[in-house]
Design a protein around this ligand. Structure first.
Ligand code: URA
Length: 192
């Protein structure tokens, strides 16, 4: 359909991106994966080593955990869309510079415009600060729903990599996933 074509056109454009220095060291642009018509969009920070090698988001250990988290609420990659704030891996997994984030932001903005999701799930604090509010506190505000300027429901989960480091946060994340499941039931029309 139209969304798929537009998203594939955008991907083709993005694959040649030279807007910042990360294009010099990347193996692959990690554009995004999933259903172009998804009602739920997950946003991570940026590709790591495995993602850079494969050109796909969340394929390492954190990605396996993300798949497990999705399956708890009967979701998988074919029903949602997953993208990162930054499309290319910062060398050595350093945090992306503000200049790199700014150079990359338009790609995700255009993905959101095309997909037009009803719900956005921020994976971790960095995405939550960009898509919910600059002073977002992940320990206090994970699992809470906010409404953005476009009327979308936006929430943050602990980043799966953070859950691997600190498994004590998993019970809270289970509760957050159940809240997400309820929000999907009330806001989404596709059959999940
Ligand atoms: N962490 C992220 O934020 N994104 C990925 O794609 C992989 C790990």
């Amino acid at each position: 359909d139209g969304q798929m074509d537009k998203l594939e056109q955008l991907r083709a454009e993005c694959l040649g991106c030279q807007k910042c220095g990360l294009c010099e060291t990347r193996n692959h642009v990690v554009f995004g994966v999933g259903n172009p018509d998804a009602e739920v969009l997950f946003i991570g920070e940026g590709p790591g080593e495995q993602e850079d090698l494969k050109g796909e988001p969340f394929v390492g250990r954190a990605g396996k955990l993300l798949d497990d988290m999705l399956s708890i609420i009967y979701l998988d990659r074919s029903r949602i869309y997953i993208a990162n704030m930054v499309k290319c891996r910062p060398p050595g997994n350093r945090d992306p510079l503000n200049t790199e984030q700014a150079a990359c932001a338009d790609w995700l903005r255009r993905q959101i415009e095309i997909i037009n999701p009803k719900i956005i799930v921020c994976l971790g604090r960095i995405a939550a600060m960009a898509f919910i509010k600059p002073d977002f506190k992940i320990t206090k505000e994970h699992g809470q729903f906010f409404t953005d300027e476009a009327g979308r429901s936006v929430m943050a989960l602990y980043h799966p990599a953070a859950l691997l480091r600190d498994p004590r946060r998993r019970p809270e994340t289970f509760e957050d996933l159940k809240r997400l499941e309820a929000e999907i039931r009330s806001r989404c029309t596709h059959t999940y």
